[in-house]
Design a protein around this ligand. Sequence first.
Ligand code: KG4
Ligand code: ZN
Length: 340
Amino acid sequence: MTVLGIETSCDECAAAVVKDGKTILSNVVATQIPVHREFSGVVPEIASRKHTEWIYGVVEESLSRAGVAVRDIDGVAATARPGLLGSLLVGLTFAKAFAWARRIPFLACDHILAHLYAAHLCENSPAYPYIGLLVSGGHTIICRVNGFDAMEVLGTTIDDAAGEAFDKIAKRYALGYPGGVHIDEAAKDGDDSIFAFPMPSLRKGEHRYDVSYSGLKTAVVNQLEQFRKKGRAGEVNPSDIAASFQKTAVEILLRALFRASRDSGINVVVSGGGVAANSYLRSRLAERKDIKCVFPPKELCGDNGAMVAGLAYRYFERGDSSPLSADASARVKGFKRRYP
Ligand code: KG4
Ligand code: ZN
């Protein structure tokens, strides 16, 4: 079964063609990063307008690179939640129209489940259950994943998402936009022992797997202010800040993740989302010989249509599809929180 997957939840206008939930025939990602750079953040109105302008060309390109025609597509899916509402609606409406015109099944996809599915597009797909580590610009979720559509939230961030913290620090230190990839790069030239940033205190009970980034963010921002007040702002090496911040940010994640793995007795961790591309996070997890960690290739960590098409296939295979009345939602929906 050949599925077209469309992703427009934020600032990537993406479409992909995937066969049988596994073989990527094409994966086109048109990024709006240059458009939003001058605002140092995604401007929702501009994002949805650009999606409207680009979606047709992006889908056309995905079909042409896959070497398939419109009539070869057996099912179509688009991200329906969570994300920027105006942006989501563009891809979702396009996919519905495509499905209606071709009389083929349609699926309104969950973005969180799609990110987790990215690891299944590779050889040696991980077996369920596993611990999911979903780290993106909008979400930080540590979860138990029991199946492609069955995920229980163990812990989340209580304030900023991991990627959001990377983006905000990069903006403050003028390291580049979007922040995550620039901090990752800058940190390679930095010394992570120059600044000792605080770790938030460990939480208890039902919040034992939650993480927090606001304290770290404030500490990193204040560091610059302290030097500035003394007229020594020029002495702050942004690469050292990047390395020290990244080390602490990753440590915060890993501490909660390892706890969840130990408590659940599940030693397979599957990561997804833009921050899963982070090289320090990947190397720290690779060091753990007692935990098997599966990362999708970097091009499948950020937003893309292949993960949408792959996940949708699993639903179609089971005979499930969504009605054309399915709506977009800005929020995360439908996941139960599981307490230890
Ligand atoms: O999954 P994604 O493309 O979009 C959302 O669903 O949010 O994730 C984007 C986030 C941004 O915050 C970006 O800065 C971060 O992923 N990111 C990274 C890296 N590459 C992207 N964060 C840390 N290290 C990276 N190498
Ligand atoms: Zn995403």
